[in-house]
Design a protein around this ligand. Structure first.
Ligand code: SAH
Length: 285
């Protein structure tokens, strides 16, 4: 495979259709948000049509909604006007302290509000959902965890990269790109990850755009071949969705020259090459 980059602007203007489409979904009354309870809700990768019906029902019936930075602007704009909305995102310019988010959850639930904590993707995948649930449990407050479509699954799908494939890969592993190999307390086993990729397995990296070079170097140093295919999916299901592809040896340069930015998900392994067979016929969502 050469290091030709496929860079696609398969972005579609979705902003107009968001609220009109949601109006057609009937929302089950038994899933309505109840006062005094916190709902840790996965919002999916961004496109409102990938919200679950339960998530949509909870959003429509919440008194208070706390959302993170991964919630697309069009989704934030369509939140019900009757709810108090807190943007508690962690962004480069300002990261809302976790302690503040925890306090807000407890404060509102204790006051009897029905609280939706809306998180990108799935609340239990790198979203501190576990910590928030622990905090609520420590305060004896009832909560529900509502799964969402994680970017772990959505980014490869929209890019035409099957995470597993009978002839190519029988497993996938998901890591955070933040645990860079030079980090003293890194909990990742780079020898094991490289062996897994060498054996044909799939490695998915979240939060890894800025640290891609370090992670790729670590895999190479631990024996992963330079020609292993890689796909990077920026803003899956958002306006601005783009996919670039290459190999372990070429991808860092490609990501830089194509100006790929967060949020983006990287998929390393032979499955990334399958997309070449699919790209022509796969329609964007
Ligand atoms: N709980 C989220 C992940 C939070 S960590 C989930 O399940 O999806 C944030 C990382 O998720 C980002 O740095 C990026 O790697 C990935 N991500 C989130 N939304 C994305 C999207 N729309 N497209 C590509 N990657 C995304």
């Amino acid at each position: 495979m050469d290091d030709a980059t496929t860079s696609e602007a398969n972005s579609v203007d979705r902003t107009d259709g968001d609220s009109a489409e949601s109006a057609h979904i009937s929302l089950p009354t038994q899933h309505r948000a109840t006062g005094g309870t916190v709902y840790l809700v996965g919002a999916g990768p961004g496109d409102p049509s990938l919200l679950t019906v339960r998530a949509r029902t909870l959003i429509e019936t919440a008194d208070v909604i706390l959302h993170d930075a991964l919630i697309r602007n069009s989704m934030v704009d369509s939140l019900p006007s009757g709810a108090v909305v807190h943007d508690v995102g962690k962004r480069v310019e300002y990261k809302t302290p976790q302690s503040e988010i925890n306090e807000l959850l407890v404060e509102h639930a204790t006051a009897g509000d029905a609280v939706v904590r809306l998180k990108g993707g799935d609340p239990f995948v790198f979203g501190r959902g576990g910590e928030e649930a622990q905090h609520l449990a420590a305060h004896d407050l009832p909560f529900q965890i509502v799964p969402g479509v994680s970017s772990v699954l959505a980014a490869p799908s929209v890019a035409g990269v099957p995470l597993t494939h009978r002839d190519v890969s029988s497993n996938f592993t998901v890591i955070t790109g933040h645990e860079t190999p030079d980090k003293e307390e890194s909990a990742l086993d780079w020898t094991g990850l490289s062996s897994m990729v060498k054996a044909g397995g799939t490695l998915v990296i979240l939060m890894g755009v800025r640290t891609l070079d370090q992670n790729v170097s670590a895999l190479r140093e631990h024996g992963a071949a330079g020609d292993i295919p890689v796909a990077v999916v920026q803003k899956a299901t958002w306006d601005g969705q783009r996919v670039v592809t290459g190999t372990l040896d070429s991808i860092v340069q490609t990501v830089q020259s194509e100006d790929i930015s967060a949020p983006a998900t990287t998929i390393i392994g032979n499955v990334s090459a399958v997309r070449e067979e699919l790209a022509e016929c796969q329609q964007s969502l």
